[in-house]
Design a binder for this molecule. Structure first.
Ligand SMILES: Cc1cc2nc3c(=O)[nH]c(=O)nc-3n(C[C@H](O)[C@H](O)[C@H](O)COP(=O)(O)OP(=O)(O)OC[C@H]3O[C@@H](n4cnc5c(N)ncnc54)[C@H](O)[C@@H]3O)c2cc1C
Length: 403
């Protein structure tokens, strides 16, 4: 285990300490990491017009999207907090925005229940593992979008769908590889939401692949086609042809969870001995992290998982977001940042940790204390087959509790 000085300039820190552990060029996103930046973004949140404008792409001034996702992804802002803060927003905008927050919660519930199964086609046949590279950078629309992804590590939902659709639905490259490319670069990259987004766009989740054509570019990003060298011979003039995909054999785990308690993690603090430190995970980096706020006097530790980083090859922008987040935290807490193996560290020290609803959490052992995850709503045992069936079961489970 090697200690790193998180107060250093992020770029030189990444260059020196993360050699071989990131992909792409060295640079930082314009979206800053950290609780302070998250709080500022939340204070400036204004969702008036969201319902109408959330899918607008360019010029950026037309966009209605909140850009909060990197903070929500790492629980610098919890879904509950963001949900409650828009209570006074106009009806249709509030309803649509909260619906999207529930999509995030749905992704987390689904991944918590099915785990690595989400890496494979869920309900319908779709091009899954076919090799290749599915983005034509000669097209001005894709080049602009990919440039934004590379520069800032962030995209609106609409252009994520363009990229996923073009990669797989039109070009027939396996979505498994496309999602990996995006996961490396998105500051909000999570297996839960990214896998869900790809499964749903390519039709593996719904049976209805989303088609991307010039029509969306002209509607959502007027002006781009005029500057494209392919404007007279547009490769996406027409919608891609797609046949109704074959339905896969029904997976009973999508209908019912035999163990919703295990899926949701501990509902109350689980203590086996007195903790001496708090260990943070990538899934909960906010000041309100339950383990950290329950132990305000304890030192805090974060361990960059070297083996995982070597495999994932995240972008320097993503690493920069983490470095900025930890540097910001270090101004308020006694924080040590290490390079090594977080599971080994946890098993050899008396740590308090917040549960994370991801398969890799099972690698932690011998924890002194485990705190519940900050769910918007705890997972139920009903259907997760579709967003609407999941949501209906969620309402039912609330009604049951209130009876
Ligand atoms: C192919 C593809 C890949 C995606 N990968 C990710 C990912 O890795 N991480 C991620 O957080 N989201 C992902 N999404 C979902 C969505 O695109 C982003 O959450 C959203 O664009 C973030 O921008 P925002 O914060 O401005 O969202 P807003 O529109 O302002 O919505 C507010 C919040 O609601 C949640 N949200 C909005 N739309 C969705 C959605 N469709 N699914 C799940 N949550 C949603 C996010 O937490 C978001 O921050 C993906 C979507 C697609 C189609």
């Amino acid at each position: 285990m090697r200690k790193i000085d998180i107060s250093r300039d992020p770029l030189s820190l990444i260059q020196d300490e993360f050699q071989g552990l990131y992909s792409g060029d060295l640079g930082l996103s314009s979206i800053r990491g950290g609780q302070s930046a998250a709080d500022e973004a939340l204070a400036q949140l204004d969702i008036r017009g969201y319902a109408k404008d959330r899918s607008e792409v360019y010029p950026e001034s037309r966009r209605g999207a909140s850009k909060l996702s990197p903070y929500i992804r790492h629980n610098l802002l919890t879904l509950r907090q963001v949900h409650d803060v828009v209570a006074k927003a106009p009806g249709p905008d509030r309803v649509k925005f909260r619906d999207e927050l529930y999509w995030q919660e749905y992704a987390r519930h689904l991944y918590a229940r099915v785990g690595a199964r989400l890496f494979r086609n869920l309900r319908y046949e779709a091009t899954w593992d076919a090799p290749g590279y599915g983005w034509d950078r000669e097209m001005a629309c894709l080049e602009t979008v990919l440039g934004e992804l590379e520069r800032d590590g962030w995209l609106v939902n609409q252009t994520r769908m363009w990229l996923a659709s073009h990669w797989s639905v039109r070009n027939g490259v396996g979505w498994l590889h496309g999602q990996e490319q995006m996961h490396r670069q998105l500051l909000d990259g999570s297996r839960a939401a990214n896998l869900l987004g790809w499964q749903w766009t390519v039709g593996a989740g719904t049976g209805k692949p989303y088609g991307f054509a010039r029509w969306q570019v002209e509607k959502r990003a007027p002006g781009i086609c005029g500057a494209c060298s392919l404007k007279g011979d547009c490769p996406i003039q027409e919608f891609p042809e797609s046949e109704s995909p074959l339905q896969l054999e029904r997976d009973p785990l999508l209908d019912r969870d035999p163990d919703p308690q295990a899926t949701g993690g501990p509902a109350a603090v689980d203590t086996s001995r007195e903790p001496k430190q708090v260990l943070l995970t990538i899934d909960s980096l906010g000041d309100a992290d339950p383990a950290m706020s329950a132990n305000p006097e304890l030192p805090v530790v974060f361990v960059f998982n070297v083996l995982a980083l070597a495999k994932l090859q995240l972008s320097a922008r993503r690493l920069g977001f983490y470095v900025e987040t930890l540097a910001d935290l270090a101004t308020r807490r006694d924080l040590t940042v290490l390079m090594g193996d977080p599971y080994e560290y946890a098993s050899q020290n008396d740590v308090s940790v917040t549960y994370a609803p991801v398969p890799s959490f099972a690698k932690y052992s011998n924890l002194a204390e485990t705190h519940p995850y900050q769910w918007l709503r705890r997972p139920h045992d009903g259907s997760v087959r579709s967003f609407s069936s999941w949501r209906a079961a969620l309402e039912k489970s609330v009604n049951k509790q209130h009876k």
